[in-house]
Every structure is written in C-alpha cells, then in structure tokens.
Design a binder for this molecule. Structure first.
Ligand code: MIG
Length: 826
C-alpha cells in the first residue's frame, strides 16, 4: 500500500538528484508563497468537498465527500486521530512513531445535526462541519481549541509518485507554540516556519533548520489552554506557526498520508503525557549513565585513555563514562579495533571498569566496501545494504572511504546488526554511541531519494525512510544490546531520531560550538527536546568545535549538571578539554558541580522514574508551570529539573548578577537557604562559583554521598534535605538495583514523603510502594528553613535525643532505621 513510487530515473548521479531536490524545494517554496491557503488556489491543489456521509466501525468514523475520505479515530479520552485518503484508500496502519495504539476502553458518541457531525469523548469533541468539511476540536466546555482555516488539501504529484499533503488551521493572536525537538531557535515557535529532514549540521547556527532530528509534534497554548498536534508523517515535513500569515498555522509533507493526532490538554503537561502514551517513554537508564561522561574525538591510543581516566581519579572529579570515538577502529571499520592503538581492548576495558569507568564506543552506519571485512562480506551476501531503484547498491563516502549502508528499516537487518555487538559486549563495552545516522554522507549530504527501504514490509523510498533511518539504527543497537546483555540495561546515545526514539536511546544535540551563544542555544534545545518527548538529552559540554575559555567551560559544566544527560565532548583539533584543563579556580568549581550532580543522582533517578512511568519530562520550562500568563510563553532561560529544583544557567561572560523568574509559591535559595516568594523575577548574585538554583518549599531532596563513580561504595545512609513548608507537599524517592529490568516486575521501591507544617510543628510521613529492599536503612536528616528551634523530635513515637542546631539554622539528626512518621515540635 505504498503511495510513493521510485524515482523513475536511476541513471541520475547523486549530485543531479540533489539538484533536482533543490529545484523541487524551490518550487515548493514558490507554491507556498503563492498559496498561503487564502484563496489563490493553484489548479493542482485539491480540497475536501462537502461531507455527505458518516460511517462508524468500532471507534473509527468515516466521512466522505464522494471521492476523498476522512477517518476519525477515538484513541483515548484525550486523543483523536484524523486521517485523509484523497481517493478513499487508506494506507495500512503502520508507524515507527506509534508502535501500538493505546487500547484502553473509551466511551464516545457520534452526533449529527444540520450543521455538523460531531465525534465526542467526555473530554474532546471533534466537529466536522457539513458546509465545507472544516474540522475543529473543542473541550467539554465547548471551548474551541483548534479549527481548520481551509479544508484539508493535497496536491497530486505524479512526478514524485504521491501527494503533497497539507493541513491549515487558524492561529489565534496570542497563540504560542512549543515542541518540534532540537530546533535552535526561541522556545516559543510562534512566527516560525520550520522543516523536518534529518541533517548532519556541523557547527550549526542559531535559527539553522533543519538539524539532526525530526519530531513532528507541537503544543499550542492559547487562552491558557493547551493542545498538541502530532503529525505522524515521516516524509520531509514543514510547519508554519503564523509565519506566512499571522492568522494561520499549517503543516504539510511532501508524501505519505495526512495523518495527525489531536491531543487535548488543558495543561501542557497533560499533552506531553498523552503524547508519551502514543510514542512511549524512555526505559530506566542504568544508574551509572546519570553520572558524568567524558568524551573527545578521539582519546587514543590506550595510554591516552588511561591517562584521562587517571586524571579524574587524581583530581578527585567524579566520572562514570569514557568514550572512544572513531579512531579506536581499524580504518573506521565498525566492530573492529585498531590493534596498534589498542592492542588488548578487553584488558583495557576491564581495568577501566575496575577503576569505575564504563566504556562507550561509537558506531557509524557506513560499512566500508571491502571484501576482506567480515561485516561487509556478510551484509553483502545477505543483501542487507540499501539499494537504488535499479537494484544497484547505494554507495557513499564517509569516514571509512567508500561505504554501503545497512537498511535498518528491515527487521532482519536490525536483528543482524544488533547481534554484531556481541564481541564488544564480551569485551566489556557498556554503551554504544550512534553517530552519522541522519544518515550523513560526505558531499551528497545524505542518500539519494530513490534508495529503496524495506520499511518493515511497507516498502518505500528514502523520501519516506530518511527521517526514521537513525531511529531504526539505534533501535537495532538497543534491542541487540538488550538481548546480549541479558537482564542488564544497555546505554545508547544517538544523534538522529524521529518521534519515539526515546524508547531506545538518549540523544545529544550534535556538533555545537564553543561560544556563549551556543550555551544559550543548548539551554533552549534541552528544554525543547524534553517537552518534545526526548527526556534523556544533553549538549556537548564546552562546545564541540572551537575553544572555550575556563569561564565558558565552567558555566557549561554548571548548566550540564542539570542536563538529564551530562557529557563533555570536543572536536579533535581543539586543546585538551577535561574538567581540570583550565587550572584554578575552574577545576575546583567544575569539581564542585560534578559532585553536586552525583549528590543529586537519587533525585534525578526518581525524576527519571516519573518520566518512565508517567510520561513527565525531566526538564520543564517555565511555561509548563504557568501557561496562563502569556509573558511566561517567552521565558526560556529558567527551567525546573524535575518539579522541585529551579535552575537558571548563567550564559553571559563576566555576569555576576542576573534576574531569575520564579513560579508562584515559596522557594529556597539552594546556596543561602534564603526564602523567596515566587510569581516574580528576583535578582540573584552569580559569582562564577555559583549559579541560580532554588528549591521549592516542602521538598524532600534526597542526596547520596559524593562518590568518584556510581556504586563506588555501598550507600549506608541517604541524606534527606527537608525544606520547611506551611502547606502539604509530596516528594518521591525511587530506588532499585539500578542496572536490571527487574523494575518491570515491580522490583523497585517508591517512597513517598509528605511534609506539612505550621509555626509549632512539622510532620514528615513516609509511605512505601514496591518490592525492592534497599541495602541501607538509615537517614541523615537536614531540616532547612524551620521557623523555630525544636525542643522535641520524635520518629515513630520515639524521642530523638541527639540533634544538632547549626549556625545556618539548619537542624541535623540521624536515624538508623526507616520511618513512617516524624514530628518536630517547638
Ligand atoms: O564527521 O566521530 O557529531 O560528536 O565526534 C564527524 C567524529 C563525525 C560527528 C559527531 C561528533 C563526533 C564526530 N562525528
């Protein structure tokens, strides 16, 4: 049921194809400029006519104008899917983004009157207007949240063998837009026009588009109400948020089906959580992956790798991951080793492991054409490499020279590729880094359009498979590792991706630059990725290309401490770039922040669980906390890390003071414990050794002792920092083995802390859920901001005799067993 036939001219060489593609693009641009869907309709465009009929099959409704058909599917109470078939023939339901539609039981109804058909759940109505086939959505209060500005339309493109599909909705005057993954532009996408086409974008710039990933999901906030649109189409797609025409929001793709999910809010958080019910969440990462990672292009030979590792231990800077970039391979052949540089990799990896380092290796998709190379030979024999429409193998140049590329959209190829990691895993490799998987090809940029892909049985050209190629590569990697590592959690990182890539991998933002501007770009990108369904993300700390000075590097380490994924990386032609490379005071400050990262690992891990289990993002921009205030739609510096810690990176050189917005409520300055009332901007001192960090009143922030790597010592007690509140606040602590999938069988422990207080008494209650028993019992309590000196502390009815009142007004005491109820009274 493939709508797109191959490019009919196989003789065209790559450059010619690129030329043609550019022409098509220009033409498209031209079409759009001349047709912002406001009346000047080119003849080739077809619009839906008048719906004259409604059919129902289970939770699916069909409306037709006689020729074209529209399908409306009730997915959940909050999610409705709309699809268009220009001649009534729908493609088979298959999507890499949505492996399976949720199957919860939903009640819904169809209503018809003289003006419209209406499909309703108890939260959403989908209106199909009889006059003109306009589709709109409203909530249970009849508040219209999304409305077509023209009927859905398409262009029959015989040349390209398919349709260009378009959807145009109205854009309200104060409507804001968020999402779309890694776009390096303002957080609020209002007024932007953006493209999804995975691209290797070395040293990308502010506003450059497209970059490495395609996440066709956005969130609209208008009049305080949020909804989401997930345009699940893998072809080159574009989005226009009131850019061509301030009153219209459009999205279109140059192939495939016009298919989108309308996701109801009313809060942005609801939209993101629902989006995750479609595309899945990130599995729990191995605990060590939450530590600090050190990378460079490249650390080699072995002596250098060991020297770097030693450097961490000697400088007492914690580190868990060390990376081998492409030079570890023999002539850049994947799954081989350069034995001159690494004579005994197994020995090296196991000695690094004994010192607490996990080794992560890079793998690229390009396989060197070389009959003496087993991976190539096997792939060739089994016909696993991508082919052009004329059946010749697709070839391109990348690091190894002349290469062919596995078709990761073929399940058999994925299985094969996944198995190739066996040897690396036996050597002790703990994680795999997937690079160049946009896919990137030197010169041509990427594959020619006519390359054929198996696409899990739904064959198609590269036009359809391009944006999912990288995701399928890292899926193959993840699934292969998972099999080989048995019950251990693999760690993977990828550059390219499509919606749903979070089921298989973490991501980094690609080849950024060592500049202050890029620190700002990275801050926005991580927030944007987080709310676009990609929670485990980070930037190349320090900037990949170019040279940061000590100050920029340290400010980047500070921000990176609060990136879900924390890794420093640098290009090969730059100066040494380890956390101690810049001398004092930088080394000490870098150490302090990386230590803070490790202290907060239980907090981050618990937040990760909240993501995995419930679909909450790890980083949350201000707008996600207070979407009612339009001003907040434009704040992009501050974010919360989980829901308890507010972070504001310092992103200007020499900045010793800055304004920080705090959402409503009471906040504690993390460094001084000063209480600040939120709902406004406050001025914060920002000397280099600190950065604005605030903790919500009532929080219980768990802390592990600083270790040089995760699991260095058994944890004997956990510190609980308890921030005074006079209203009830809940906190969670999630714990488990940290490296197996036992959590899938409920072998975990979720601790819930409830803190409440008044001027005389504070209570802390703990309840437990799950089957895991931590190896420690004891807590070290640190009470912060209490308005009184306690005269009595009881834990489960027993008096605590020894507690310490500190000069900074904190109160500390220890209790060697777990507890249910604590009372601290004046
Ligand atoms: O053509 O493997 O983004 O992180 O160090 C460059 C070498 C290939 C690009 C990645 C970068 C990596 C580099 N790679």
């Amino acid at each position: 049921m493939e709508s797109n036939t191959p490019n009919p001219n196989p003789e065209l060489i790559t450059s010619k194809l690129t030329e043609i593609e550019n022409l098509i693009e220009e033409e498209e641009e031209f079409h759009h400029l001349n047709n912002p869907a406001d009346g000047i309709k080119p003849v080739v465009k077809k619009y839906l006519g008048v719906p004259n009929h409604a059919d129902q099959v289970g939770n699916k409704f069909y409306f037709t104008d006689g020729d074209a058909k529209v399908e409306v599917v009730v997915v959940t109470d909050e999610i409705i899917r709309v699809r268009l078939a220009p001649h009534s023939v729908f493609l088979e339901d298959f999507s890499y983004g949505v492996p399976k539609l949720p199957t919860r039981q939903v009640s819904f109804s169809l209503h018809e009157d003289e003006n419209e058909f209406r499909v309703s759940t108890y939260k959403v109505n989908c209106h199909i207007r009889k006059k003109d086939f306009f589709i709109s959505f409203s909530d249970s209060n009849n508040h219209v949240t999304s409305m077509d500005a023209t009927p859905m339309h398409w262009e029959e493109n015989v040349q390209a063998g398919g349709y260009y599909v378009f959807c145009t909705k109205t854009c309200a005057p104060d409507e804001s837009f968020f999402g779309l993954g890694d776009k390096p532009t303002e957080l609020n996408l209002r007024g932007k026009r953006l493209k999804n086409w995975n691209t290797d974008a070395y040293s990308f710039q502010w506003n450059q588009d497209p970059l490495y990933r395609s996440i066709p999901f956005y969130i609209s906030v208008n009049e305080g109400i949020a909804h989401g649109i997930f345009f699940d189409n893998t072809f080159k797609a574009q989005f226009d948020f009131g850019s061509e025409d301030r009153t219209k929001t459009s999205f279109w793709a140059d192939g495939g089906e016009l298919q989108y999910y309308y996701i109801h809010g009313p809060h942005m958080m609801d939209v993101v959580k629902s989006y995750h019910t479609l595309t899945g969440t990130h599995p729990m990462p191995p605990l060590w992956a939450l530590g600090y990672h050190q990378c460079r292009w490249s650390y080699y030979p072995e002596a250098k790798v060991r020297k770097i590792a030693r450097g961490f231990r000697e400088n007492k800077i914690p580190c868990d991951g060390i990376y081998l970039d492409i030079d570890y391979m023999d002539g850049y052949r994947c799954f081989t080793w350069n034995r001159k540089y690494f004579p005994d990799p197994k020995k090296m990896i196991s000695e690094l492991a004994a010192d607490g380092f996990k080794t992560v290796v890079i793998i690229d998709p390009g396989i060197r054409v070389d009959d003496n190379y087993s991976v190539f030979k096997e792939g060739k024999e089994k016909k696993y490499f991508c082919r052009r429409s004329d059946d010749y193998f697709m070839e391109g140049h990348v690091w190894p020279g002349r290469c062919q590329f596995p078709d990761f959209t073929n399940p058999e190829v994925r299985e094969w590729w996944g198995g190739l990691f066996d040897e690396l895993v036996q050597m002790g490799v703990a994680g795999v880094w997937n690079d160049m998987n946009e896919p990137a090809v030197f010169g041509a940029g990427t594959f020619p359009d006519d390359v054929r892909h198996q696409y899990d049985g739904y064959r198609g050209s590269h036009r359809k498979a391009h944006n999912v190629y990288g995701m399928q590569m890292v899926r193959s990697t993840y699934e292969g590792l998972r099999k080989i590592m048995k019950n251990k959690r693999p760690f993977t990182i990828t550059r390219a991706g499509y919606s749903g890539v979070q089921r298989f991998s973490s991501v980094w933002t690609g080849d950024n630059v060592a500049s202050w501007e890029h620190l700002k770009i990275g801050n926005i990108q991580c927030q944007r990725l987080s709310i676009s369904g990609i929670p485990f993300c980070g930037t190349d700390i320090g900037g990949f290309s170019g040279e940061p000075d000590g100050e920029l590097f340290t400010r980047w380490i500070q921000m990176g401490t609060f990136s879900p994924f924390m890794r420093a990386h640098s290009a090969g032609d730059t100066k040494e770039r380890e956390p101690w490379s810049f001398g004092e005071p930088f080394t000490a400050i870098n150490r302090k922040f990386i230590e803070l990262r490790y202290r907060l690992i239980p907090y981050l891990y618990s937040t990760f669980w909240e993501h995995h289990r419930y679909g909450f993002p790890i980083l949350r921009p201000i707008v996600m906390h207070e979407q009612d205030t339009v001003m907040n739609h434009f704040r992009q510096d501050e974010f919360t890390y989980g829901d308890k810690i507010l972070v504001c990176p310092v992103m200007e050189p020499g900045q010793r003071k800055r304004n920080v917005y705090l959402p409503k409520g009471k906040w504690y300055n993390f460094w001084t414990y000063e209480v600040v009332e939120g709902g406004k901007e406050v001025s914060v001192e920002t000397p280099l050794e600190t950065m604005p960090l605030f903790v919500k009143a009532g929080s219980v922030i768990p802390e592990y002792p600083v270790m040089q790597y995760v699991g260095q010592q058994e944890i004997e007690e956990v510190k609980l920092n308890i921030y005074y509140t006079d209203y009830e606040v809940n906190s969670f602590l999630f714990e488990d083995y940290g490296e197996t999938f036992a959590y899938e069988q409920d072998i975990y422990l979720e601790k819930k802390f409830v803190v409440n207080g008044d001027a005389k008494t504070v209570t802390i209650d703990q309840s437990l859920e799950g089957l895991y028993t931590p190896r420690y019992d004891g807590y070290h309590f640190n009470l912060i901001g209490f308005p009184f000196k306690p005269s009595k502390i009881t834990v489960d009815g027993k008096d605590v005799k020894e507690f310490q009142l500190n000069d900074d007004n904190t109160i500390e005491f220890k209790y060697t067993k777990t507890f249910k109820h604590i009372e601290i009274s004046k």
